[in-house]
Design a protein around this ligand. Sequence first.
Ligand SMILES: C[S@@+](CC[C@H](N)C(=O)[O-])C[C@H]1O[C@@H](n2cnc3c(N)ncnc32)[C@H](O)[C@@H]1O
Length: 553
Amino acid sequence: MPTLNWIGKEAVIRHHKEVPFRLLETDEKLSHRDEDGGNLIVQGDNLHALKALLPRYAGKVKCIYIDPPYNTGKEGWVYNDNVNSPEIRQWLEKTVGKEGEDLSRHDKWLCMMYPRLVLLKEFLSEDGAIFVSIDDNELQSLIFLLTELFSTKNYLATFAWKTDGNFDNQAKIKVNHEYIVAFARNSDRFEHPPVVDPSIPDSSKLKRPEIRNTIVKNGPKNPISNIRLPAGFPAGFAEGELSEAEGDWPKFSGRAQIEEGTLSTEVVLSSGWSSKRLLEKFIENKFNPIRDSKNQETRFELMQSGTIEIVKVRDKPSHVVSTLGGFSSTQNMSARLKAMGISFDYPKPVELIQYLISMMGEECLVLDSFAGSGTTGQAVLKQNAEDGGNRKFILVEMDEGISRDITAERVRRAAKGYTTPKGKSVEGLGGGFSYCRLSEEPLFDEFGAIREDVTFAQLAEFVWFAETGTGYTGKGDSPLLGVHGGRAVYLLFNGILGDRRPNGGNILTKPILDELPAHDGNRIIYAAASRLGEATLQRERITFKQTPYAIEV
Ligand SMILES: C[S@@+](CC[C@H](N)C(=O)[O-])C[C@H]1O[C@@H](n2cnc3c(N)ncnc32)[C@H](O)[C@@H]1O
């Protein structure tokens, strides 16, 4: 498989591993709490924010949508599009070294994106997918990067989004589309999206709850044969007689009368057929619906013309096409944000993001690590309000001013409701979020020691992630963190068992072992030290791991 090379690639390829784990610090004042909880807005460089979020959310995100800088070379926007922001310049200098100064803006963009995409992939659940907005500036590079990280097999589509905006300019060929590149974490597990492209009219048969097709099929693959329909076979009409049109198939013998929606006497039909075996199964099943090879509910009906129709229940209507249109424009979204009292150039239309996230079902965690004005947050709240779904969002925005005054403020207004400058009041969508920053000091210092102010719950996340590679979902209120692959993982830290014991119960002794919640099987116990001998550890099926040195993520 061809791969993409650029100056600085060597330096960033493993960079995500060197990024220290920071802690998330909640700012209650900027949060807008609701009962359900679970939504997060994180202010900080997403490289650090993603690393901090990983122990909690690895493998738990079903939908990632990102809208990174397109690298157009334009300056002076609310955000800096050409990857030349002081933060990114400083990061490149540190990461790539002297060479970083000579990089072209394309090399810089690739250096910036690579480690972030590596981390983002770790968040996706097996049935999850990532959607990335981009334009012509970096489309090819992006597809190369994503293919290298996700593999060709998991490529889903490059959507062309017709931007519907103003393209009254002097270009020889005027560009009126952008792209959204989509990859699955594992294409075998990516399901048919339960949505129908909104351009499809309601009258379309794609929106009908049933799929109907005749099984009368004449051709070399379907030689003529007889089908015997017993009395009671269901019909697609209430009363009447079957009428065989001259020269038409099927041919049928005798008079076939339909009364109260079923055949009153047996009839034999002759034609070429498809799905004949399924029809026989349906008859054997006394005309009760059966399941086809794709487990779809299936039944058959006799029609007035004598044809038989196979009727399948459309479980989840699904019709997604690779061109996206009719989703409004960034200009229009900007104007709508103004009415919310928010100023941001080029926000994505909320309807576009709603459509993308609704492809991933009603129960999903949505991550956007280039949040900008927070469109993804509003899209999650709005989609939930519209279809009763239970989606949650995590938004990350680097720029402190944007994050506080635009991202969080916009989502707060969308949730609570607001009044437009013209005095029209708009009802809130409900929901809320916690607003977090990243701790200045990482979890481990340069000598590998744990920060003194770390709580049990915070360390539990890291220990669980280090041991299992999955996000920690526990409450952090028990030394037994959970069982993974049959092995129980324990942590003794910060006196989780009470302060009576030596070192606050952080040392594994016999009395402490007796106090631990039981597990019948192998146990991994993280603690500051162990006073148990080798023989006891073996007999008790315990692997002891010393904190902090054995926490290897
Ligand atoms: C194209 S805008 C996203 C617009 C967004 N989709 C919307 O609808 O408003 C990209 C955003 O990513 C932010 N950003 C750029 N680099 C970042 C980084 N390393 N970490 C977090 N955010 C970053 C920028 O500040 C900017 O707000």
